[in-house]
Design a binder for this molecule. Structure first.
Ligand SMILES: Cc1cc2nc3c(=O)[nH]c(=O)nc-3n(C[C@H](O)[C@H](O)[C@H](O)COP(=O)(O)OP(=O)(O)OC[C@H]3O[C@@H](n4cnc5c(N)ncnc54)[C@H](O)[C@@H]3O)c2cc1C
Length: 448
């Protein structure tokens, strides 16, 4: 056996990658630093520990993108999904698991796999050669984080992540919203109408600021308190607390914009910037926040034009180590500048247990195929696997890239002629995904 794959990090992504590669016939060495060295969040020495909630979110494969991802993973022989199903708890339409049973099952499966060796050690620098998957997660140890920073040219690899909400374009009211770039100047997309604008009059603005100040905020965990904010990326409620008009001179400034309905400049404006290549997701510019999620939905829906907004992602703040994947990784999750290194899991800029494991599954398959001299094509972008992979390896804007859950906004639209909307649209996208996944899995079997 000459083909050896080193996987750094035995979390959700690293464990799934190890399983997939070993099941393909590749010998795997899995390096996990716990229990010798811990993180701020992990509590046990199990592989694939769930650091916070025990939920894998919706298990509805036909109406929910994460449920679809569950199903795609099941059909791809996922160890994470097998263990989750075996340790399922009652949770309505969600897939919740007994966290101890879940992680213990994954640990046992990998310990007992004849092709997997688990080394309990911290890797402090990126290996110069060999075939490697880096899956060290949002709490990557500082030494390795520094080494990844050097390899990727990112000086701020680990930082206090303030993320702004993302809205589904189809949920914005375009009787109120309009497209325009400030002063009609060329915007990031090269056009003069690159932003979606939402107007507030003086009364609406004052009420909005008051709501931000009164809104319930997420508490900092003790270990989070030592990490500072970046002045350039302050939460919106922190800016609002500096003075009632501060936002009017900051992210909500109206200069250079004209509301076509009233033919003049509004008192304040919320701008949204395109967030994915498909144009289905729009980022609320400067709206990073640590308001509680329910409060964000309640308060942001008071913005004219967002009264029915559906959020693909809500804002949040926590330490998060991730690389700027859209600029750095190729479609097989290899670091373009050092292709012997693949990245997987949350460190690639996906968000969530399931998404992290899914990217681990793909990285494990890609790496195993390369070591065995076979090729695996990337999954079609119409699948949940492919939509997520396309987003992190090119679909997202590298300048504003932030972690993302899987959602239907990442999928290519259905043909216009299909004229399918609402719930039916999700079901049609899911049906298309499972059909295309079948072909992809079949193709792979044929290639092997
Ligand atoms: C505080 C916190 C709470 C979260 N809560 C949720 C939640 O409730 N629901 C949700 O879906 N997602 C949550 N996430 C986001 C994310 O889904 C999880 O962090 C998920 O575990 C990511 O999977 P991963 O495999 O990429 O990383 P991890 O599961 O963190 O695995 C990384 C592994 O690498 C190891 N490691 C790190 N550095 C080294 C090194 N140098 N050498 C060897 N091993 C190393 C770590 O010990 C760890 O075992 C949370 C994240 C954080 C930070």
């Amino acid at each position: 056996m000459t083909a050896r794959l080193h996987i750094i990090g035995g979390g959700l992504a690293g464990s799934e990658a190890a399983w997939q590669a070993a099941e393909s016939g590749v010998a795997v060495i899995l390096h996990e630093m716990r229990p010798g060295r811990g993180t701020e969040a992990h509590q046990t020495e199990f592989l694939a520990e769930l650091v916070c909630s025990n939920s894998f979110r919706s298990d509805d494969a036909m109406n929910n993108a994460v449920g679809l991802l569950h199903e795609e993973m099941r059909r791809s022989g996922s160890l994470v999904m097998r263990s989750a199903d075996a340790h399922k708890l009652p949770a309505g339409g969600a897939l919740a698991v007994d966290r101890h049973g879940f992680s213990a099952a994954i640990t046992a499966a990998l310990e007992n796999h004849p092709l997997v060796t688990i080394l309990r050690e911290e890797v402090t620098a990126l290996p110069a050669g060999g075939s490697v998957i880096v899956a060290t997660g949002p709490l990557t140890s500082p030494h390795l984080g520094a080494s990844i920073g050097t390899a990727t040219g990112q000086d701020q690899l680990a930082f206090f992540d303030a993320i702004a909400p993302i809205v589904h374009r189809e949920s914005i009211d375009f009787d109120i919203a309009w497209f325009q770039s400030r002063y009609d100047k060329e915007g990031p997309g090269g056009g003069v109408a690159d932003y979606i604008n939402l107007p507030l009059d003086e009364g609406q603005y004052k009420n909005f600021v008051a709501a931000l100040l009164a809104g319930e905020k997420t508490d900092f965990k003790e270990w989070e308190k030592s990490t500072p904010y970046f002045e350039a990326c302050l939460p919106i409620e922190v800016m609002a607390a500096r003075g009632e008009q501060t936002l009017c001179f900051g992210p909500m400034k109206p200069v250079g914009l004209m509301d076509p309905r009233i033919g003049q400049r509004p008192h304040a404006v919320v701008q949204l910037r395109q967030d994915n290549a498909l144009g289905s997701l729009w980022n609320m510019v400067g709206f990073q926040t640590k308001l509680k999620h329910a409060e964000q939905v309640r308060i942001f829906r008071t913005i004219p034009g967002l009264q029915n907004a559906q959020f693909a992602r809500l804002g949040g703040l926590h330490r998060n180590t991730f690389i700027n994947s859209p600029g750095l990784l190729d479609g097989q999750l290899r670091l373009k500048s050092r292709p012997h290194l693949r990245f997987a899991g949350q460190v690639t800029g996906v968000e969530g247990y399931v998404e992290s494991a899914a990217i681990g599954l793909l990285a494990g398959r890609f790496a195993a195929a390369a070591l065995l001299g076979t090729a695996v094509a990337a999954p079609p972008p119409t699948t949940a696997f492919g939509a997520l992979l396309s987003h992190i390896t090119g679909g997202a804007d590298a300048r504003t890239f932030q972690p993302m859950n899987v959602n239907f906004g990442l999928f290519p639209e259905l043909p216009k002629s299909a004229k399918i909307r609402g719930k039916d649209r999700k079901q049609a996208m899911s049906a298309r995904a499972l059909l295309d996944l079948g072909a992809w899995l079949g193709e792979k079997a044929a290639a092997e």
